[in-house]
Design a protein. Structure first.
Lengths: 237, 237
DNA sequence: TTCCACTTATATGCATACATATTTCCGTGA
DNA sequence: TCACGGAAATATGTATGCATATAAGTGGAA
């Protein structure tokens, strides 16, 4: 009948979105030190646009929690304390645990089951080959894919949104795995994490709701242990 | 030393914020039917401001999830299905349950304990007097205060933020309690809800973590039952 | 009649100029 | 030396006009 009309095409990217993506990456990658003031005029000059789209980008990042108020109603890059990172992980554990319990109760679709299986095998393969440095990005992708698959499978937009928000925390994001040198100890840690993955998926397949939830919470708590060890070095003291 | 400088004073309210508050209230109060297009020019004329602050207000509400994309990259009031309302409640149960477990584990401060006690007594008093219609707003406030106190006491900004977001759902917000006529049945429902409140606080005081969490999850699920019964009448069919 | 191409209309995206709020910096006075 | 007050500086808040993308409307050809 009438044309579907909107969204999915998106043949045009607003400058405000471009700016937001750029700034978000800089913050999450640590290019901007915590506390760095983000002012509209300098940024607009640097990016060759007017203040308007920069303003909108800052507004977006602010609502994502990446910025905090500065001197003149301005924004600066938020300083995350170890406590806040822990808070983010606690919520992640709570939310992803909820996801696992839910999936164990309602069951996995064939498609989701297959995607999880692919992640598990992919991880197995990477580990079997010693997780060489050149493939650490793959490991990271696999990890993200597995967690994202579990969350998305619940088809609860609030859940997806909240989990996403806990990822928008510098140091708390999985994108920082590469900070760890891949020595023997860290290889062992990765192996353990992947054992968790296997256990979680198995529990869901076995429809063991409480167990699946517990394993995921434990897995996230374990991950935080690793991150906190590293992140301590970044604390302002 | 140097002055504290910023935030807490806020002796100035941007028009964009005023507009956002106005529009948010209209949406949550149901003044705008789901699907109503919100265009910049008409709104700016109505509110006597330029498009700029309206634009910003729409951007804010959009990020809060109250709007969805319309025809020309415009926004319209989001249509919430019963499924989505259920999703919001499920997450609320998960999150507030987490809060109760946490508080049972770390213990209540004297101040928080006192505030909870005040809420409980306030509710008792309202119920003892039959919860007359003129005091239903008080009941609503008491309920909000109790839930908010529990959440805030965790001092986890992510938790606060997420719970807040689940409240930004028309029909799912406690502000709709007044939709229920206060007949005998509904009085009974309110009484039961307050019994839940007592049980939850007692479990936390007794440091019964799992029990406190369960009671809260159950309380939220119970609330959803009441809302869904009502909300069914609003479904587009 | 139906479909396609083109034109027209309209609402948002962006740039710019100006208004205002806050801060900083001086200068004055005790 | 320090406290106070006011002027200047600076960054954000808002208004306005133009650019552009998208939808709607129009007309002609198959």
């Amino acid at each position: 009948m009438n044309a579907p009309v909107n969204d999915p095409k998106a043949g045009f990217t607003p400058r405000s979105e471009t700016a937001a993506v750029t700034l978000r990456n800089r913050i999450l990658d640590g290019e901007y030190a915590p506390g760095t003031p983000l002012q509209e005029v300098p940024l607009s000059q640097e990016m060759g646009v007017s203040r308007t789209p920069i303003r909108e980008a800052l507004s977006i990042l602010s609502k994502e929690g990446l910025l905090e108020p500065g001197p003149k109603r301005s924004f600066k890059v938020k300083t995350f304390t170890l406590d806040e990172i822990r808070h983010a992980y606690e919520l992640r554990g709570c939310l992803e645990g909820f996801a696992c319990r839910h999936l164990a109760e309602v069951g996995l679709s064939d498609e989701v089951d297959a995607r999880l299986e692919a992640c598990l095998r992919h991880g197995d393969e990477l580990l079997a080959k010693g997780l060489e440095a050149s493939r650490q990005d793959e490991w990271l992708e696999m990890n993200n894919e597995l967690h994202a698959t579990l969350v998305e499978a619940c088809e609860n937009p609030f859940l997806s949104s909240f989990v996403h928000q806990t990822h928008h925390v510098p140091l708390a994001s999985a994108r920082h795995v590469h900070w760890y040198a891949m020595d023997e100890r860290n290889f062992d840690l990765a192996r353990k994490a992947h054992e968790h993955h296997h256990g979680i998926v198995q529990a869901i397949r076995d429809r063991q709701s409480a167990r699946a939830g517990f394993l995921m919470e434990e897995h996230v708590a374990y991950s935080f242990g690793l991150v906190s060890e590293y992140a301590e070095g970044f604390q302002p003291k």
